[in-house]
Structure formats: structure tokens, C-alpha cells
Ligand binder design. Structure first.
Ligand code: 26A
Length: 391
């Protein structure tokens, strides 16, 4: 685990105004359901695969897509040919688990809404969320199986650590790339009227201080996203969105355009930023210019300037806030320490949100995001050690 040197901070973070002992006591600053997330609850089926496998299903080494006809057998095939791991997944749910882990209070700070089936995978997801301390409120459908996501991890042989031989322990192999194929199944069955609009659920939405929904959910229920986004604007609370994957900017442009005026914090990575810029005719490939242009797009709640946050793997994170564009270096990591980058982006968001919800300054949000991303890529899937080592 990375140990960040403790530093004295005069930051106005709510959490830093109290001594640690106090904040862990009954005067806990954690308020239940203060962070709201909604998305596709998916069980990740992860394996290290070979190039033949990627080619067979027409997959790029680094991508996230929705499963279609040609991926029908991918899950079975993967289980047959490789040693698989089953992990809790789904982009927004990952971020909620990470944020809850960072907040670390016994109370359920993070809420998560999504749809699962009445099956073993659904039960596993519920158990994982419960163990993480997330308040998972699933819609349960009997008409489809719980969604899953094939996580095809590949290593680039040229990137193997020095001194490694062919018989190198697979745990030591650099696995810098992952291709995700999501079979949404039950997750696609989320229905606003049957879940979000129910009084007990809507009360939880209203209770939250910060909202986060990965762009992925635009393929399922853009109306649910709009309902949350408009509430956030009305109450002057931050609504955060992730570009999530290139295919969304390409094929869900209308949904994205409808949501953008309500977005207070826009997350994405370098590939998504580039696609977003191309689709919107920004006529630039410069990520700093893209962040500035995205920041300046029209906004509903003018009381809150938009923040655009683009991560770029090992390269510095780009942040545009309307006044300036700033670069923040990530924590260094040796290639051989990277186990699996699956969930790195989600973990960054989770860390960031854990501080945003405490009203910490931008620098602190970014530092937490870099810490959680660094933690998760040292492990398989979006999983976490017992306790954070973040000061
Ligand atoms: C709609 N799609 C394609 C998706 C996803 C998704 N989560 C929600 N919707 N495709 C992949 N994921 C999740 O992303 C995580 C890594 O960032 C995977 O389940 C994985 O845990």
C-alpha cells in the first residue's frame, strides 16, 4: 500500500475540522445516504486472456462495449478456457464502494440504485455491497438474469518486468489493458416509475448531498438521470457525470446533450475526452483545450461553475474550473506493481467523491482520487484492502 505523507492542511474539509477521534465517535460527520449513485449492477467475470480470444470476439485490447449477438458465448467460453474470478462490478457501484471505503464510517454514507435479477449473481452483488457498507437498494426483476461483464485482461509481453521469464508467475505479469463486454440483462430493466419514483426511494435521493451517475446508465434510463440531475440543480447540489466510454459520446449524443447543462462535475479519461471532442466538433485533440471547452458549455445552475476532470492513466489529471486549467500528477507506480487496471477510473471517482461530499477543496478531492486509483490497480478488479492508508 502507498503511504502518503501526512500533511498539515488548513483546508475547510468538514472532516478536517474535527480530530480523528471525534469524527469516528458518535458525533460522526458521516450522514447516512449523503452520496447517491445509480447505475448498472454487474458481476464481473474476469480472466487473463490471450490475443486469440480478443480476436475471436472482435475486441480491442482497451475498450468497454455492450455485448451483442457475436458475444453470446463469450462468458461460457471464458469460463471454459481460462481461470476466472467473480468480482462485484458495475461502474457506478464500484465508485460507491470505493467512496464508502474512504469515508470509512460505520454508517451507510453511499446509496446505490440499480436493477438485478432474482438469482445467485444478484445475491452476490447484494452481499458485496453490504460488506462494503453501501446502502444498495435494488429493483429486482424476475424477467432477466443479473447483469454481468466479461473482463478480458491482457498483458503486453514487451512490457513484462525485466528478468521475467516465460514461466513467470502470472501475478507478476504486467496486465496493463482490459477489454470489457457488458451483458446488462436485468440492469437494463431499471424502470423509473417502478423504483426511483417510489416515495421511500425518492426520499433517499432528496436526502443526498452529492449525486453521481456514470454515463453508462444513459443506455438504460436517461429519464431517471434527468430526474436526479434536475433535482440537484434545483437544490444547488453537485450532479456528477462520467463520459464512461467512447461509444456513449458516439451513439448517445442526444441523451448526453440533454444532461450536460445539469452536470457540475464531468469525469472522463483521455480516450473519452477525445471522442467527446470529435463528436461535438471541438476541432482540437488537445486535452487541455477540450477540458476548457467542455467546462464552458451552457449550464443550468449558474451558481456552481462546472468542473471538468480528465484522467490520463499515468499522465497528469487535467482539471478545468472556468478560470484555469490545472494539471495534477498521479502517484508513481512501477509497471510490475500493476495487477489489473480494471476499475481504476471508477476508483478515482470514488476517492474524489468521498472528499467532495465532505466539502473538501479540489486538491484534496484529486489527491484522494489518485490514492484510490493507485490502490485498486495493485489488486485484481475493483477491490480494496481492509482500511485506507490515506492521510
Ligand atoms: C453499459 N455498460 C457497457 C456498462 C459497463 C459497466 N458498468 C456499467 N455499464 N461496462 C463495463 N462496466 C463496468 O466497468 C467497470 C470497470 O470500470 C464493469 O462491470 C467494471 O466493473
Amino acid at each position: 500500500p502507498v503511504s502518503l505523507s501526512p500533511r498539515v492542511s488548513l483546508s475547510p474539509c468538514v472532516s478536517l475540522l474535527f480530530p480523528v477521534s471525534l469524527s469516528l465517535s458518535i458525533f460522526s460527520l458521516c450522514s447516512e445516504n449523503m452520496l447517491f449513485g445509480m447505475g448498472n449492477p454487474l458481476l464481473d467475470i474476469s480472466a487473463i486472456v490471450d490475443k486469440d480470444f480478443l480476436d475471436k470476439y472482435g475486441l480491442k485490447a482497451n475498450d468497454q462495449i455492450l455485448a451483442d449477438e457475436k458475444h453470446k458465448e463469450i462468458f461460457e467460453d471464458m469460463v471454459k478456457r481460462f481461470s476466472v474470478e467473480y468480482l462485484a462490478g458495475g461502474s457506478t457501484q464500484n465508485s460507491m464502494r470505493v467512496a464508502q471505503w474512504m469515508i470509512g464510517h460505520p454508517c451507510k454514507a453511499a446509496t446505490f440504485f440499480g436493477c438485478v435479477g432474482e438469482d445467485a449473481f444478484g445475491a452476490t452483488l447484494r452481499r458485496k455491497a453490504e460488506e462494503a457498507g453501501v446502502d444498495a437498494r435494488y429493483q429486482v426483476t424476475s424477467s432477466a438474469a443479473t447483469g454481468s461483464c466479461a473482463v478480458c485482461v491482457t498483458g503486453d509481453n514487451r512490457e513484462q518486468p525485466q528478468g521475467s521469464s516465460n514461466s513467470v508467475n502470472m501475478n507478476m505479469t504486467v496486465r496493463g489493458k482490459r477489454s470489457l463486454v457488458a451483458n446488462l440483462a436485468a440492469a437494463n430493466g431499471y424502470v423509473k416509475e417502478q423504483h426511483l419514483d417510489l416515495p421511500e426511494n425518492w426520499a433517499l435521493v432528496q436526502k443526498a448531498r452529492v449525486y453521481y451517475i456514470a454515463g453508462f446508465f444513459m443506455t438504460v434510463s436517461p429519464d431517471s438521470m434527468m430526474a436526479v440531475a434536475t433535482l440537484a440543480a434545483k437544490q444547488n447540489k453537485p450532479f456528477c457525470l462520467n463520459l464512461s466510454a467512447p461509444f456513449l459520446a458516439q451513439h448517445y449524443g442526444a441523451e448526453l446533450s440533454r444532461l450536460l447543462p445539469y452536470v457540475d462535475v464531468l469525469f472522463g479519461n483521455e480516450t473519452e475526452a477525445a471522442t467527446f471532442a470529435r463528436e461535438r466538433g471541438f476541432e482540437t485533440e488537445d486535452i487541455e483545450v477540450i477540458s476548457k471547452k467542455a467546462q464552458a458549455l451552457p449550464k443550468q445552475n449558474t451558481a456552481r461553475p462546472r468542473l471538468v476532470v480528465f484522467t490520463q492513466g499515468k499522465d497528469p489529471t487535467v482539471v478545468a474550473n472556468g478560470k484555469e486549467v490545472r494539471l495534477f500528477s498521479v502517484l508513481p507506480i512501477k509497471p510490475e506493481e500493476i495487477i489489473d487496471t480494471n476499475g481504476a477510473g471508477d476508483a478515482f471517482v470514488g476517492g474524489f467523491l468521498s472528499k467532495l461530499v465532505m466539502e473538501c477543496p479540489l486538491e484534496e478531492c484529486i489527491r484522494a482520487g489518485h490514492y484510490t486509483a493507485n490502490t485498486v490497480i495493485r489488486r485484481s478488479g475493483c477491490t480494496l484492502p481492509a482500511l485506507p492508508d490515506f492521510h
